[in-house]
Design a protein. Sequence first.
Length: 421
Amino acid sequence: MESVNKIITQLENGYHEEALRGYKKILQAGTNEERFLLGEELFQYGFLEEAKSLFCRLLEIYPEEGEILVLLAETLIELGKEEEAILELEKINELDSSYPESLVLLADLYQMQGLYEVSEQKLLKAKKLLPDEVIIDFALGELYAEEGKFVQAINCYERVLKTKTEIGGVDVNQRMADAISAGGAFEDALPYYEKALDNKLEINTLFNYGFTALQAGFNGKAIEKFLELKELDPEYYSLYINLARAYEREEDSEKGYQILKEGIQFDEFNKDLYFYAGKLALKTGKEEEAEKMFRDALALDPELTEAALTLNKLLLHQERWEDVLEIVRIMEEGDEVETKFFWDAAVAHQNLENYSQALNCYENAYNFYKDTQDFLVDYGYFLIEEGKRERAVEIFNKLVSIDPSNEEYQDVLQRLTDDVG
């Protein structure tokens, strides 16, 4: 096939115009063998429209040839014409040797469309025709994993691993590890991650290994893998929050906090990094830094309720009542207000001697915290200070019912009852 080789050489050397002239000559007057071989080569080189034209020309002569229909379908898929590819694949006769391959391709196309049952039917039919073909087992494993059917996926990957550890450039041990991990058997997944990494050091596999080790409670192993990943790719953003969590579990919140600050340098718009950094800063006694982190998180997402609640907890501890109310006002601008802010506002107004506002906030909060002991204590003593003793009796009656052995509640209730009586 000297003419085909000449065209390929021209393409490799950048002589595209000459190659195009040679292609047109073969398309119009070449032999069918030349058209077939050139079509395959052009497909590999990414000249898809030209490959398509050659395969279509061949199908004018061999309209039922399965091998050509498969090649045309693959070309159409690469061109983003999935529906046309399906129509071509459906033309292949069941007795054609390319029929099982067409079923696998169809299954992949239907899987891409979310038609999992149809995809499974195609693959099971192909499996029946070629029971020992591991590519079909692998395709089934991929389908089941995407569906969340991890037990079935694991069984398929196990069959593949009996003869192959790699399919189409994909490490099957890594796929097996991901499926086992996703199914919740974290410790069982680790040896497969080890095998995958022994075969090829790949950053996503390394991250998944570290994350799975963290889930399994092997914090030291997780730290080791995340640090290795950090060395290879410091801009792999997801590692920082997980590495910090591993350090926290190892009771090294300071190191976790420093890791999060590193992560923020690479991912400065990640609200979760700021929020978690604030929590670890609090844990290490850095109240000022914690406040800054919480405020930065809220600047990125004003509706990040958890950050606002934690910040308010710090501000209440510091007796910064006006700042507490500022946070409450910000959160009230959102679509739905977390009920804890009513309680926070009540305490802040009470300490600022805004007693009518405090009473209103306590009453609003009561609807949500009428069975919460700490809230009832705050509310009850506020009512006593405001001289609302009958209502205070109701509150301390509830407290005694919640904690009958609490002598303080009983004494206060007795005094209130005597006064009211």
